[in-house]
Design a protein around this ligand. Structure first.
Ligand code: NAP
Length: 246
């Protein structure tokens, strides 16, 4: 059966930046598999938004740090929607906040597993599915401006994990260019979501941001959609900072 629409897996699609990405991709013609970890109701709400835009949706539970769970995500996405053509690696956690010397090792390990191993596992499986279809594919990794700033006193382990996301984007883009699979990265600055240990962080960070405010998830999603689209057919290995000038 022919599938004329792009079919895209978005991890962490149940809220925040991921939910905005799912809504935008649906508006731009994608069928969307919404990966979520714990909040099935939130994921179903996002699925309803996708369907209201006239596209197909599947909400699928996944722990992106677990290889078997990632395989199930892609199996179920393909069964529900058809062969996957796109991946947005977005599911992320900050882990402990504060100075490295005070950080809880288990929290750090969890953050590294979700932000680094999780992205690698999802990209690995997406590439297996995209290779040899004749349709190619596109991957967008959500990194962070923290990768460049280092996040001293806040979460150096998280910044280091996001630097790994930038590097995997560079390496994979070169590894896969001849296979017709593009790999790019969007690096947001401070965005209003439930990501922050202190929910008011986006407000008090504003004075350090040249534009004087934190961003909204919808100010990230358009860039992701563009990088997945044919308009970006010559873009691979790009790391696009969207951070209000920070
Ligand atoms: P968020 O609101 O906290 O949402 C995180 C999402 O990831 C949720 O959908 C969550 O699912 C999912 N998730 C977490 N751990 C998971 C796991 N192990 N397996 C599967 N899904 C998991 O975060 P956000 O602000 O939208 O962040 C999205 C991405 O942008 C992250 O990679 C983050 O590092 C990056 N980023 C955020 C900011 C910012 O200021 N917000 C800035 C730069 C970069 P459940 O809801 O089901 O738990």
């Amino acid at each position: 059966m022919e599938h004329p629409h792009p079919i895209t897996v978005v991890t962490g699609g149940s809220r925040g930046i991921g939910a905005a990405i799912c809504a935008r991709l649906a508006a731009d013609g994608h069928d969307v598999a919404i990966g979520y970890r714990s909040d099935a109701k939130a994921a179903e709400d996002v699925a309803a938004t996708v369907r209201a835009a006239g596209r197909r949706a599947a909400a699928i539970q996944v722990d992106t740090a677990d290889a078997a769970s990632v395989d199930r995500l892609f199996d179920e996405a393909a069964a529900a929607l058809g062969p996957v053509t796109g991946l947005v690696n977005n599911a992320g956690v900050s882990g402990p906040n504060g100075r490295l010397a005070d950080a809880d090792p288990d929290g750090m390990r969890q953050a590294l597993e979700v932000n680094v191993l999780g992205y690698l596992l999802c990209a690995r499986r997406a590439v297996q599915d995209m290779t040899g279809t004749g349709r190619g594919g596109a991957i967008v990794n959500i990194s962070s401006n923290a990768a460049k700033l280092g996040s001293p006193g806040q979460y150096v382990h998280y910044a280091a994990a996001k630097a790994a996301v930038d590097t995997m984007t560079t390496g994979l883009s070169k590894e896969l260019a001849a296979d017709g699979i593009r790999v790019n990265c969007v690096a947001p600055g401070v965005i209003w979501t439930e990501f922050h240990a202190d929910p008011e962080r986006p407000a008090w960070m504003a004075e350090r941001i040249p534009m004087g405010r934190a961003g909204q998830p919808e100010e990230i999603s358009g860039a992701v959609s563009w990088l997945l689209s044919d308009d970006a057919s010559y873009a691979t290995g790009a790391i696009l900072k969207i951070a209000g000038g920070m």
